[in-house]
Design a protein. Structure first.
Length: 177
């Protein structure tokens, strides 16, 4: 069996310019390695806050690399350069707003500014794209909240079967799925 491919896109002008170390993207990979029993190969990019570049990376990861999941970090706030949700919506056939709703609700338990987040998720082909926040602590909190739905979502769109590490986190699948 081939390893699944999971795209990770850290959207950050400063990380792309080498001013900041790419901690958010690394944090996302670490949490996914902890949560997934299924081996996977990360397809990794650090991209400036440019909608066309973010879209191009997502399209390449799905259409050429065959990723079944892409997580983005950063670019989801209200600042003029924050365009990750727009890029996600532009490349997806279906949007899944429940992911953003749950992540905001989760983050609101920690910071009142979570209402400023515009995180979303959507489907392109056989791939789920999920926008995560840009801070490593928030990435873990949000992935813990939405991860239980991710493997079954990927099943439903025809992607590979991803198995959770049940010692760490439980994924939900209906009986018989």
């Amino acid at each position: 069996m081939h390893n699944a491919k999971i795209g990770v896109i850290n959207v950050s002008d400063r990380a792309a310019a080498g001013i900041y170390e790419d901690l958010p993207g690394q944090a996302a990979v670490a949490v996914l390695r902890e949560f997934l029993r299924t081996p996977f190969v990360p397809v990794y990019r650090v991209i400036a806050d440019e909608q066309t570049e973010i879209e191009a990376a997502m399209v390449e990861m799905v259409d050429e690399e065959g990723c079944c999941l892409i997580v983005t970090t950063g670019g989801t706030g209200p600042a003029p350069r924050d365009v990750t949700p727009e890029a996600t919506a532009a490349v997806c056939e279906k949007m899944l707003p429940g992911f953003g709703e749950l992540m905001r609700a989760t983050s609101l338990r920690y910071v009142p500014t979570a209402i400023l987040s515009r995180q979303t998720a959507g489907i392109r082909g056989k791939c789920l794209i999920v926008n995560l926040p840009g801070r490593p602590k928030s990435i873990r909190e949000c992935l813990e909240a939405v991860f239980p739905a991710i493997p079954y979502c990927i099943d439903l769109v025809g992607g590979p079967r991803l198995e959770a590490d049940e010692e760490t986190i439980r994924a939900f699948r209906p009986p018989g799925a």
